[in-house]
Design a protein around this ligand. Structure first.
Ligand code: AMP
Length: 277
């Protein structure tokens, strides 16, 4: 049974009762429209703590004005059923007024390359929204562990920095990206893809994998530019970036060890992915 909790008083009471019994808490923040990637995070959480809490909240402050906040998939009943099968103890499902009593507004900002490059450059304010909501969720849930996916690699680095700078006693655990059998990273946004676009989407992970091999073999010269062209030739409409970056700082890198990160558009759908190099 997964307890659905929609008000802060019940959440706090539930957590206090667990704490009184000496239990530990793993927390998995999500925006819902859950898939196997999210459930893998729940499985991981269960390995570390005696209780798992999953939040489901489509956070308005991390969406830009022209982004997909309104059409973001909301599938609460299916999500709760999936969490029950996965054995999550509680689903924390607050509304916007609970999370933002004074209206949706970001109050945290982290400066520097980590937040200002790649997703941060293309989606201004996105990471302010992420930092604000995650800090608030951490304060409410008070977890011992929090589990995030490497799918959102830059976000994972930001959360590690947030925990370090705010000196929170939370261990952040990052999990590798779960993929479809053809390699497409699982994502709530994949359901936007038409069957035609879904076929083309596989190119993203294929091209990135090839590029990783090229860089590993010392053929990094022109590899990223070639990857961009391959995606466009493969039917992607626009490539926001493909970038080889230091895996910790996201400063530009030219050699391994590094991370290859990409964001690209198929019609109205923006896909992101990344691989270790
Ligand atoms: P979201 O609901 O998309 O904001 O994602 C919630 C959490 O699930 C984040 O930590 C994501 O990185 C993680 N996540 C999303 N997709 C995947 C995936 N395919 N594999 C592993 N984790 C994922």
């Amino acid at each position: 049974m997964t307890q659905k909790i929609t008000d802060l008083a019940t959440l706090r009471r539930t957590i206090e009762s667990w704490r009184a019994a000496g239990e530990t808490i793993a927390f998995i923040p999500t925006m819902g429209a859950l898939h196997a990637g999210h459930l893998a995070l729940v499985e991981e959480g269960k390995k570390h703590a005696t209780r798992t809490v999953v939040s489901i909240f489509v956070n308005p402050t991390q969406f830009g004005p022209n982004e997909d906040f309104n059409r973001y998939p909301r599938t609460l009943d299916a999500d709760l059923a999936a969490l029950a099968s996965a054995g999550a103890d509680a689903a924390w499902v607050p509304d916007v007024a609970t999370m933002y009593p004074d209206g949706p507004k970001s109050t945290l900002h982290f400066c520097g390359t980590l937040t200002e490059t790649l997703e941060g450059a293309i989606r201004p304010g996105h990471f302010d929204g992420v930092a604000t909501i995650v800090a608030r969720l951490f304060e409410q849930v008070t977890p011992d562990f929090a589990i995030f996916g490497e799918k959102d690699y830059q976000q994972l680095l930001l959360i590690k920095r947030l925990v370090k700078e705010l000196d929170l006693k939370i261990k952040i655990i990052g999990l590798p990206t779960l993929r479809e059998s053809d390699g497409l990273a699982l994502s709530s946004r994949n359901r936007y893809l038409s069957p035609e676009e879904r076929k083309k989407a596989v190119k993203l992970n294929q091209v990135l994998r090839h590029t990783v091999f090229a860089i590993r073999d010392g053929r990094e010269q022109g590899a990223v530019e070639k990857a961009v062209q391959l995606l466009l030739d493969g039917g992607f409409d626009k490539v926001d970036y493909i970038a080889l970056r230091d895996a910790e700082t996201l400063e530009p890198a030219t050699k391994p060890p590094a991370r290859l990160l990409a964001a690209a558009w198929l019609g109205n759908t923006r896909l992101i992915d990344n691989f270790p190099v």
